[in-house]
Design a protein around this ligand. Structure first.
Ligand code: DMJ
Length: 633
């Protein structure tokens, strides 16, 4: 190909026109000039234009996101649309300005575009209706989120004076004590809102379906109500606690022909009742705990003494799932804190014997890999099954948590538990820890028959808290360092998402040159209001007093309020943490949102180390605090 002639070059870059007076002349002279150009010149111009067009299309999303950010920031500055508005619109206590670190980061997630648009609409009632749909706006068809009676942020931006109100009552630089109190009150408010939904539409049932204003049953035992009892006590919500207690006293009966899952009913119901008994001293809860505890015992009548997954608490029969005789390792090794405590309170040795038998068997079993356990165990022969897959996520997670916590509960005397825990931590470090790109985040992946996968369940985010707890109780400071690294990773799983909420499962990028550390597969984009990250933030803050952990928690609470709060009461799990315009509600509030997530938020924001002291209590895996046994026992 020939190089362009000098004439070509000059005619492309220098304007020869001596000026023009109107558009028509300009168009004519342009056309003349175009006709005068050589074919090569025209081709070059067209080529450059096409390049510009492609470049423009490619950069449009990020530019528009930036513009959106800027718009939101500008709105905030102008006092039109603060990030969280709904809380202020309902006469609830005003929230403090987010800490400066948070404000700096808030644009990272992309704009709450929806919020600014809603603000302009100024009429939230238009957003109430059926399902998600497009709503015609004056300037054309733009998608708006509208859920059946449950526009999560419909109230946002409907009060043009919101920012002014916030300014009026909120000092520029609120004192530390005010900040703490306002955050605690924000958690109480969130709880009351969740409780309102449960009370109005699901009272006495297992779970609230806040969008359809109905409920779902799992065991038919008022699961949410029982799971939330000690949270209400800790949050000092006396009225709510009393009405729930009345229900327990008059309505709760375990004499029912229902199959319950041994693990879930132990951690949520038995754990919740025992914990509430300890906090309140009310014998009602101990009686109920004894009742459910004794009804769960048939699960241990198996050939191997490894319990079945399911028990019929009315008939006193137990069985494995229909498709297998296996139980899940995490399930059979994460019921010990509760049954050990029940044994101590009742003086009946059978409870402790049953669960310690499981631990002793698992301690000796073949099939572990550097202290890491497989996910399944057979109830007939007591052996691990599905060997070769190791994860800190679903089906194995709380095995590790309960090794440490049983050791703490029993006064740090049961050395086999500690040995297994320490070996497992080494196994994690050796086999599952890697660094992501570009931020170099330490994450916990999975091992499948020797092959490493950079996949991390949100469930794994219990680990920073557990590691920190171990360090607090005298284990290596290295555990604390790892806890802090993993805590950052779990926080990034939230902050790198467009909604500021973590997905159920993250995949970490390991290639240099990656743009984002956290990648999420389409099927993993849901958020179930899980507690693990908030739980770990609570431990990390308790032990370090580093305010950044509180601030991270505060950001997460705001994201829950923005994307999961249902106007008519309750919070909903969502399908898509990557789409702030359409997070897509799943219409379910899991009981652990009240039992765990909100409780850990409250404890995180509290500066009182004696509010459930970690030297006196150990939390079960459903956030129910149980006492550390006095040394004599
Ligand atoms: C809770 O039931 C418990 O925390 C359990 O250990 C794991 N799953 C949920 C919360 O995510």
């Amino acid at each position: 190909m020939l190089p362009p002639s000098r004439r070509d070059f000059v005619s492309l870059t220098v304007s020869e026109s001596g000026g023009y007076t109107n558009g028509k002349q300009r168009r004519q002279s342009c056309w003349r000039k175009w006709k005068q150009l050589s074919r090569l010149q025209r081709s070059l111009i067209l080529f450059v234009l096409v390049l510009l067009l492609i470049g423009g299309i490619a950069t449009y999303p990020s530019l528009s996101a930036q513009w959106g950010d800027t718009a939101v920031e500008e709105n905030s500055v102008e006092g039109k649309q603060p990030f969280v508005v709904e809380l202020k619109n309902q006469g609830r206590p005003l929230l403090p300005e987010p800490p400066s670190e948070q404000r700096r980061n808030s644009h990272k997630r992309g704009p709450p575009v929806l919020q600014s648009r809603l603000q302009n609409k100024g009429n939230s009632s238009e957003l109430r209706g059926a399902e998600v749909k497009n709503v015609e706006e004056g300037d054309g068809s733009k998608p708006l989120i509208s859920w059946r009676g449950a526009v999560i942020e419909a109230e946002q931006g409907t009060d043009p004076n919101a920012k002014e109100k916030e300014k009026a009552v909120e000092p520029e630089d609120p004192s530390a004590a005010q900040l703490v109190e306002s955050r605690l009150e924000a958690v109480r408010e969130a709880f009351r809102h969740a409780w309102k939904g449960y009370k109005d539409f699901a009272w006495g049932h297992d779970e609230l379906k806040p969008v359809s204003k109905s409920y779902s049953e799992w065991f038919g035992l008022g699961l949410t109500l029982i799971d939330a009892l000690d949270t209400m006590w800790i949050l000092d919500l006396k009225k709510e606690f009393e009405e729930a207690k009345q229900w327990v006293a008059t309505e709760l009966s375990f004499n029912k022909n229902v199959d319950v899952n041994l693990f879930e009913s132990t951690i949520r119901i038995l754990g919740g009742l025992l914990s509430t008994y300890h906090l309140t001293g009310d014998a009602l809860f101990l009686e109920k705990a004894k009742d459910i505890g004794s009804r769960l015992m048939p699960a241990f009548s198996t050939p191997s003494k490894i319990p079945y997954s399911d028990v019929n608490i009315g008939k006193g029969t137990a069985h494995p799932p229909r498709w297998t005789s296996d139980s899940t390792v995490a399930e059979v090794t994460s019921i010990q804190l509760e049954f050990r405590e029940l044994g101590r309170l009742t003086g009946d040795p059978k409870y402790q014997a049953a669960v310690m038998e499981v631990m002793q068997q698992v301690h000796k079993l073949e099939g572990k890999h550097d202290g890491l356990v497989p996910m399944f165990i057979n109830t007939n022969n007591g052996q691990f099954t599905h060997l070769g897959i190791y994860t800190l996520g679903a089906r194995a997670d709380s095995y590790y948590e309960y090794l440490l916590k049983q050791w703490i509960q029993g006064g740090k005397k049961e050395t086999e538990l500690l040995e297994d825990y320490l070996q497992a931590v080494e196994g994690i470090k050796k086999n599952l820890l890697k660094k992501s790109s570009p931020l170099g985040l330490t994450f916990v992946g999975e091992l499948s028959h020797g092959h490493f996968t950079p996949k991390m369940d949100h469930l794994v985010c219990f680990l920073p808290g557990t590691l920190a707890l171990g360090a607090h109780h005298g284990l290596a400071t290295e555990h604390m360092e790892l806890a802090q690294q993993l805590m950052e990773t779990c926080y990034q799983m939230y902050t790198q998402m467009e909604t500021g909420l973590a997905p159920e499962i993250a995949h970490f990028s390991m290639q240099t040159g990656s743009i984002q550390d956290v990648d999420v597969k389409l099927a993993d984009r849901h958020n179930l209001l899980r507690p693990e990250t908030v739980e770990s933030l609570f431990y990390l803050y308790r032990f370090t007093k580093d305010k950044k952990y509180q601030n991270w928690g505060w950001e997460i609470l705001q994201s829950f309020n923005t994307y999961t709060r249902v106007e008519t009461g309750g919070y909903t799990s969502i399908n898509n943490v990557r789409d702030p315009k359409y997070p897509s509600p799943r219409d379910k509030m899991e009981s652990f949102f009240l039992g765990e997530t909100l409780k850990y938020f409250y404890l995180l924001f509290s500066d009182d180390p004696n509010l459930i002291s970690l030297d006196k209590y150990v939390f079960n895996t459903e956030a129910h605090p149980l006492p550390i046994w006095p040394q004599a026992e």
